[in-house]
Design a protein around this ligand. Structure first.
Ligand SMILES: Cc1cc2nc3c(=O)[nH]c(=O)nc-3n(C[C@H](O)[C@H](O)[C@H](O)COP(=O)(O)OP(=O)(O)OC[C@H]3O[C@@H](n4cnc5c(N)ncnc54)[C@H](O)[C@@H]3O)c2cc1C
Ligand code: FES
Length: 275
């Protein structure tokens, strides 16, 4: 693919229109961009923080007023700079890039871990619009790390989405891991498709469950990204490049990269490191 010819690969400068605090580490930043507003659930943008870095972030919301959002966790230099931005500040965006989640109908189970809920949030909105029966499990270490509580409670109250919160320390919702709750549900109910995003160890467990229960799975993966258009090769997983062949991988592709999933990846120096 000739990535540099893609129209949406052109850098656009956008103004931050709104900053919402999701939890002590995570903020949702909104901006207006004519190309991002057309993003599919699961696609990501490269966000350039002038003088700092350019990093991949999923699009978490697109709204009827034409605005879009990214939801960012402060984990390092670029994300610290981003979460410190205020309304009126400027950033650069390229994208949206990658393959999104496919809506296949039937009964859907969403399993999200921490900020992995960001691309799933846009998907849930799409599933509701397409009248797909949807159950959501959001897991986090503790209550302070959950995100989108209000939006999910609202979808539960007004749109019939079944929502479960689960925390490792039991400080909110049920105590345990998202995958424990998923396993219980899968033994009680039949689902046609599972969508997941979060820590890769969690995705690996979800993959094993999907195989065991013979359920279709779509998982959004993360790898180190530089170009986002398939040129640099820094985001490889097996024979695939996550930026153009993903970030959403279906069951067939996941089977092909099974030995890497939840096992190892490459860092910014191209060194193989454990996930
Ligand atoms: C497709 C995709 C979608 C993502 N969506 C989100 C999101 O919605 N919200 C969110 O908070 N985070 C998301 N991330 C992760 C986010 O890109 C990293 O947290 C961010 O790059 C860290 O940058 P930093 O400078 O703050 O931290 P650093 O200190 O540079 O790094 C912290 C961690 O982030 C990883 N990282 C750093 N730079 C990159 C990069 N260019 N590509 C991939 N990983 C990198 C590092 O390997 C390290 O593990 C996504 C990543 C990918 C690949
Ligand atoms: S980030 Fe360069 S090939 Fe994927």
């Amino acid at each position: 693919m000739l990535g540099w010819h893609i129209k949406n690969n052109m850098l656009r400068i956008v103004e931050i229109l709104d900053v919402k605090i999701e939890n002590p580490l995570v903020k949702t930043l909104s901006f207006r961009d004519e190309i991002c507003r057309l993003a599919e659930p699961g696609q990501f943008v490269m966000v350039w923080v002038p003088g700092v870095d350019e990093i991949p972030l999923s699009i978490s919301f697109t709204r009827p007023d034409g605005s879009s959002s990214v939801t960012v966790a402060n984990v390092g230099e670029a994300t610290k700079a981003l979460t410190g931005l205020r309304v009126g500040d400027l950033v650069g965006v390229r994208g949206p890039f990658g393959s999104g989640f496919k809506v296949t109908g039937g009964k859907a189970l969403i399993i999200g871990g921490g900020t992995g809920m960001a691309p799933l949030m846009m998907l849930i909105t799409r599933l509701v619009k397409e009248r797909v029966e949807t159950t959501v499990i959001e897991g986090a270490e503790n209550s302070g790390k959950l995100i989108f509580l209000d939006e999910l409670k609202d979808l539960s109250k007004n749109c019939g989405v079944k929502v479960f919160f689960i925390t490792e320390d039991g400080s909110y919702g049920v105590k345990g891991l998202a995958t424990d709750l998923a396993e219980n549900l899968l033994h009680r109910e039949k689902f046609d498709v599972i969508y997941t995003c979060g820590p890769e160890k969690m995705i690996r467990k979800v993959y094993e469950m999907a195989k065991e229960h013979s359920i279709d799975l779509q998982a959004s993966l993360e790898r180190y990204m530089r170009c986002a258009v398939g040129i640099c090769g820094s985001c490889t997983i097996g024979k695939y490049r996550v930026c153009v062949d993903g970030p959403v991988f279906d069951m067939a592709k996941l089977r092909e990269v099974e030995k890497y999933l939840g096992a190892f990846k490459y860092n910014e120096r191209g060194e193989r490191i454990p996930v």
